[in-house]
Write a new protein. Structure first.
Lengths: 201, 201
């Protein structure tokens, strides 16, 4: 089989296979797709990969990924710099921005506390958050970690570090839009009961 | 949202999204994975993409992808150069090589006849196959196009071009290993009946 597959093809298949969620078959399919595609598609992807590694850095205020420091969100005077939303990953920032309902700023932890994988508070940007709250005019911290054991442990850890000094809130728990009571898991339903809100006209 | 996502991140997400089977969410996931991975992973992928486009060419005999011309299979004297297996795509060569049961050579068509997509015989390497059979000591052509309308149309077209001049065979149709009669589709079952073989001890 080695005979029939040129080394540069095998190499690209191997590189694609190292990406998460891409097995050897998908990797081969992507490689053969790029072989048939115009040169600028493969080379465009290669350039984008170089760019990424050369240009991206972490914002010194919020630790989000950025090409300029401080990042455009932290240096935007129209955003409420006193309201800080704490998320696990840069991808979470995008999700919240997409709602179009948030005008504060962010703090990216780059992970969650996970003792099994050996990730403790020191591996996350929690110290930076505490320093930020102490040194800048922050009014409220909204904790928006994932709804998981790790996310909840991280939320609780941060709450213990900050409460008293500042208002600490977290995202509401409850039923998702379009969800059916019959199929809602009991933890979600319990959360929705506990966080029930007054009806308004 | 644009604010929160650096341009080089957006660009890589866009480039990944252009690959088949990769939507915007997977593209974002791959991009953020590479951001956290060691630099050499992203740069290794970039180099592999460059290599592919720089080194790969088509074999002048069999039209398979290769880094040297003729390709290692066509220039291997231990392989039976008189037996030519015709396949649609380079990936099909790998599938046949993987069986370990084929010692002949290949001819890659780079597609199948598909009038709906405007692919006729002239867009495929069929003329090259006919010339090859005429000018080289080819004994038998095994047609191994896919079992589909397009593959069968291509097989029939090639058969009409070559039969009389040379022995033309095609891969056997029948039940796959592990298949259950109850769930076999009727076309497969009909093919298996038609191609029934004498039992041997």
């Amino acid at each position: 089989m080695a005979q029939a597959v040129p080394a540069s093809v095998t190499r690209l298949i191997d590189e694609f296979s190292r990406l998460p969620g891409i097995g050897p078959k998908t990797a081969a399919r992507l490689t053969y797709f790029l072989l048939r595609a115009p040169d600028d598609q493969a080379l465009g992807l290669a350039d984008a990969l170089h760019d990424l590694k050369e240009r991206i850095t972490y914002c010194s205020i919020c630790a989000n990924l950025t090409e300029q420091d401080p990042c455009p969100v932290c240096s935007d005077e129209k955003r409420d710099q006193g309201l800080v939303c704490v998320v696990e990953e840069p991808l979470n920032v995008i999700a919240i921005e997409r709602t179009g309902h948030y005008r504060g700023v962010y703090h990216v932890l780059h992970g969650a506390i996970n003792p099994i994988e050996g990730i403790g508070p020191d591996q996350l940007r929690i110290k930076e958050l505490v320093d930020r709250v102490a040194s800048r005019p922050v009014r409220e911290v909204i904790i928006a970690t994932n709804v998981s054991l790790e996310g909840d442990a991280t939320a609780m850890y941060i709450y213990n570090k900050l409460h008293g000094a500042i208002r600490v809130t977290r995202l509401a728990r409850g039923l998702s839009v379009g969800s059916d009571l019959e199929y809602a898991d009991s933890l979600t339903l319990a959360g929705a009961l506990e966080g029930r809100q007054e009806m308004q006209e």
